[in-house]
Ligand binder design. Structure first.
Ligand code: BES
Ligand code: ZN
Length: 969
């Protein structure tokens, strides 16, 4: 010890401690018992330098675990005129191991003073001892150096005074503004912390595992109100007329869920069955748009309390529409914040898809009150336990609370969306390492959200609804107010499923095992016997093993099916889009990939759902009877793609043409999806996939019809963007001819089922985009009437977007729309207008939009990403948007954090549609230059791979498309 102490002799900080501050007979070195400290002794140079030049005593991104926070007392006083805040906090901590310093997170805060009291000091009201504060901004940490070592198992109280500006962006404690009907601009102050921005509002132990209780006090002027996670207990009047609201102490929770708002909003309220008060807040002029959200949140809160069999633990739940918001919504416990378009519903301007969105976001954030808030992932690498579950619970809850929204029919799209990304080599496992703040932000992606939800859906289908529900209730109850990891979930699920298996075994034995229940076969030899049911019992133990193949391994499997007489030969491989089997890298990319796939199938000879677990590379199944066709992945519930070798696809195409209703609607949808995916992987020729869509004229299931249309439109946009005029023209002609019956039968009114209305929006938008004369004529007529009525006429909401888009093609129409954009109080309408404005063919108009977006007044900064995305989709705007991003990257980074959702949307939105070698090279160069400046994002690789894939796709399939169109039309 003495030796290592001598080694530190040149270290100012330690010299200070070894000699003066600590009692002379104790050298600080003797305090250093944990390993980082040993390292510190061995090599002090490995430690960072604090802003004042001293050595910062902690070098890891994660905080030490020797001190844990128990309770925070927070007093915050934002000033909405000077746009800053002063604050103080007292954190009660428990010392688990003796230590000489306290490390906590703090970002962009000016620490005015820090002091420490022992429990005894607190008891005898002894003033705190002042602490030295070191700051290491690279890790967003501060270290409080304590004069005397903190003793294990004792509690201390750390008091910190601090201040900062209200942040400019959308993170931490930031300002947001809105304009009243009278034209006045008003400011509010609001928090948004997830994942790592609570540290911008108060120094804290900003990691999800450090759960604590929070007692919050907020000072405000009387013209404002203050909201926080908990209800207000009292208001104290201070000198000078200021008011101080005291809120009830929270339950134990993570820092990222703390929230407070100072604003002048008004609200509507109701009471859930359990007595919880639910309120919807919005700026006063938008109050009338809050009623739908209240109805939906009351219904959903009731539903979740019942489904989880756990009461929502707080006395109130507020949902607040924030005028400036980076993402869609944030689940702060008891004070959920939303982008206005994710919460407000204006019956005159919100379309059916707006309604679906609002309902879905409410369902998502309320699910988080259990999945995420009550039980939180241990670390951000498992953010899917929050986001995958919340996304999946949207489906479960909306099926029951809003069956008329037919949300279930849209769930496959949640999976299809992520398959695009997960079938690239640059994808990542659901559980992925995340260390830096940027890496943590990047975890909030389609893999965590969509794939997470899709594998949960597959698991539910595998375990049965009942077992799944019981399992997650077990998990939520066991880990309430605590943190969990993947294995905890699998344990809860297998525990419950084990208990239920005996019951299921009896059921299976009583009935024919292949009768559509949950009777699994393990291999053909043991099929339908007691042995395989017993084997299934063992599966419960293997649940963890099975789920590891879905969460710890990236990618999606391809199940190749070949019929050989009465046998089905199954083979699994890794599905890779953009890489064909003939490519040299194919073999290496396949190595060591293996999934435990719960496959399902139906055949021409029975309607039963057959089940089998494919755990090996290859397997064989017996068909009991002669069959004409086999369809795997019943209802598209499994997260895998299926390829039918030999005559498989031809048989299915024939079936679709002869009588498509013999297949279930979601099976038809799945076939369209898989066929086009297999084209990208070089396993199916494009003409086969196109032939498969030929039955669509008779398709009555709208999701399947829309899926087919989506792929055809994608092809159209790709050739149009590349100016491949012959194919563009022929494809346009084909689309308008082939889908004429469906286009011509669309009416221009808001009526019918959800899917009727979605079809109307999509089909009319496409028809007008393709310049279909009757469509343009009707839209122009409605637009003129609307303009003549000075914007008073109510156009049916589902066709608003297309009417505005057609109207935006003239200069007068475009200018009028921009005026209306400024005036409109409906976020839903503003989004539609902005989209319409972005479809203009005039570069100078598009540039004007970008300028307005950068300025952030007429077009708010929160809408800039969507705007750039929309402009890049416009063939006339793609180059403009891309050049703009390249040239203004540093400006964009001032507005949004690297790694944040808007930045990722901007980069991928303006590049990933590229399909030429020159474009690829340009993007590569740009990314290289960013890397050289130190900004790197994982999506760079995804984008480059996507563009390469597009190039290959076109090279390979363009001739086929050209030929197919010539033969078909
Ligand atoms: N927890 C997230 C908010 C969030 C997103 C925090 C990204 C940090 C980074 C919230 O629950 C969420 O998922 N919001 C979604 C909306 C949802 C309906 C998919 C969003 O903001 O897009
Ligand atoms: Zn979420």
């Amino acid at each position: 010890m003495a030796n290592s102490c001598r080694k530190l002799i040149f270290n100012i900080y330690l010299v200070f401690y070894c000699s003066a501050v600590i009692m002379p007979h104790i050298c600080i070195c003797s305090q250093f018992t944990s390993s980082p400290i040993d390292q510190f002794n061995k090599d002090p140079r490995a430690f960072p330098i604090a802003t004042n030049g001293e050595i910062f005593p902690w070098h890891e991104l994660r905080l030490p675990t020797v001190i844990i926070p128990l309770h925070y007392d927070l007093l915050i006083h934002p000033n909405l005129t000077s746009l800053d805040f002063v604050a103080s906090e007292k954190i009660e901590v428990l010392v688990r191991d003796a230590t000489q310093f306290i490390v906590l997170h703090s970002k962009d805060l000016e620490i005015l003073n820090a002091s420490l009291q022992s429990e005894e000091d607190v008891r005898y009201r002894k003033p705190g001892e002042s602490l030295t504060v070191l700051s290491y901004p690279a890790h967003q940490q501060i270290a409080l150096l304590v004069p005397e070592k903190l003793r294990a198992d004792l509690r201390y109280s750390v008091a910190i005074d601090f201040q900062a500006k209200l942040a400019d962006g959308f993170e931490g404690f930031y300002k947001s503004t809105y304009r009243t009907l009278g034209g006045e601009t008003r400011t509010i102050a609001v928090t948004d912390f997830e994942p790592t921005e609570a540290r911008m509002a108060f120094p804290c132990f900003d990691e999800p595992l450090f759960k604590a209780n929070f007692s919050i006090k907020i000072r405000r002027e009387s013209r404002h109100i203050a909201l926080s996670n908990m209800p207000k207990v009292k208001t104290i009047e201070l000198e000078g007329g200021l008011l101080e609201d005291h809120f009830e102490t929270t339950v134990k929770m993570s820092t990222y869920l703390v929230a407070y708002i100072v604003c002048d909003f008004t609200s509507v309220s109701g009471t859930a069955s359990s007595g919880v008060k639910v309120s919807i807040y919005a700026s006063p002029d938008k109050w009338s748009q809050t009623h739908y959200a209240l109805e939906a949140s009351l219904k959903l809160l009731d539903y979740y309390e019942n489904y989880f069999d756990i009461h929502y633990p707080l006395p109130k739940l507020d949902l607040v529409a924030i005028p400036d918001f980076a993402s869609g919504a944030m689940e702060n416990w008891g004070l959920v914040t939303y982008r206005e378009t994710s919460l407000l519903f204006d019956p005159k301007k919100s379309s059916i898809s707006d309604k679906l969105w609002v309902t879905k976001v409410i369902a998502h954030e309320l699910a988080h009150q259990w999945f995420g808030n009550l039980v939180t992932m241990e670390w951000w690498n498992d953010i899917w336990l929050n986001e995958g579950f919340a996304t999946y619970m949207e489906l479960i809850s909306l099926n029951i609370t809003y069956p008329e929204l037919q949300f279930d029919d849209d769930f496959s799209n949640t999976c299809f969306e992520v398959i695009k990304r997960d079938s690239l080599n640059s994808s990542h496992p659901i559980s992925n390492q995340a260390k830096t703040a940027i890496q943590i932000k990047e975890m909030f992606d389609a893999v965590s959200y969509n794939k997470g939800a899709c594998i949960l859906n597959m698991l539910k289908d595998f375990l049965s609804e009942d077992t799944f529900r019981k399992g997650i209730i077990h998990y939520l109850k066991k880990f309430s107010y605590r943190n969990a990891k993947n294995d905890d979930l699998w344990h809860s699920l297998s525990n419950v499923s084990h208990q239920l298996s005996y019951r299921r075994l009896l059921n299976c034995l009583e009935s024919d095992s292949a009768s559509g229940g949950f009777c699994y076969s393990d291999s053909k030899k043991t099929s339908n016997t007691l042995a395989f049911q017993l084997a299934f019992l063992r599966k419960n133990v293997e649940l963890k093993e099975m789920m590891a193949t879905w969460t710890l391994q990236k990618g999606i499997p391809l199940v190749v099916v070949k019929r050989e007489g009465r046998s089905l030969r199954l083979q699994q491989e890794r599905f890779l889009s953009g890489v064909s089997k003939e490519d040299p890298e194919w073999g290496t990319l396949q190595e060591r990939y293996l999934w435990h796939i719960p496959v399902t199938y139906s055949t021409s000879s029975s309607h039963a759902i057959h089940r089998h677990i494919l755990k090996l590379k290859t397997d064989t199944l017996d068909l009991s009877e002669k069959t004409d066709w086999v369809k795997f992945n019943v209802d598209s519930n499994g997260y895998y793609i299926v390829h039918y070798e030999g005559q498989g696809w031809d048989e299915l195409i024939t079936l679709l043409n002869q009588n498509h209703t013999l297949l279930r609607p979601k099976d038809r949808l799945g076939l369209i999806h898989d066929a086009f995916q297999l084209v990208s992987a070089g396993r199916l020729t494009l003409d086969k996939a196109l032939d498969l869509t030929r039955y669509l004229q008779r398709e009555t299931s709208i999701p399947a019809l829309l899926k087919g249309l989506e792929y055809l439109e994608l092809l159209y946009r790709m050739v149009e963007r590349r100016n491949i005029s012959d194919v563009t023209e022929n494809l346009k002609h084909y689309l308008l001819q082939y889908f004429k019956p469906v286009i011509d039968t669309q009416s221009w009114v808001d009526k019918g089922s959800v899917w009727d209305r979605m079809l109307r929006s999509t089909v009319l938008k496409l028809a007008c985009y393709l310049n279909h004369a009757p469509c343009i004529q009707k839209a122009t007529e409605l637009f003129s009437q609307w303009m003549e009525s000075s914007g008073k006429l109510n156009i049916p909401t589902d066709v608003l977007k297309v009417v505005y888009s057609v109207g935006a093609q003239t200069t007068a129409g475009w200018n009028y729309l921009l005026e209306q954009y400024e005036l409109s109080l409906s976020g839903a309408e503003k989004n539609k207008i902005l989209y319409a404005l972005s479809t203009s063919k005039h570069q100078e108009k598009l540039m004007k939009l970008i300028e307005l977006g950068m300025e952030g007044k007429v077009i708010k900064t929160q809408d800039l990403a969507a705007l750039l995305f929309a402009i890049a989709r416009n063939p006339e705007g793609q180059q403009l948007a891309w050049n703009f991003v390249k040239e203004n990257w540093t400006h964009l980074l001032k507005k949004f954090d690297l790694g944040s959702f808007p930045i990722r949307m901007i980069v991928s939105g303006t590049t990933s549609h590229f399909s030429s070698k020159d474009e690829l090279q340009e993007v590569e160069l740009f990314f290289e230059s960013l890397k050289a400046q130190g900004s790197h994002l994982d999506i760079f690789q995804i984008i480059l791979e996507t563009i390469s894939k597009n190039i290959k796709w076109l090279e390979k399939n363009l001739p086929t498309l050209r030929k197919w169109l010539l033969i078909t039309t």
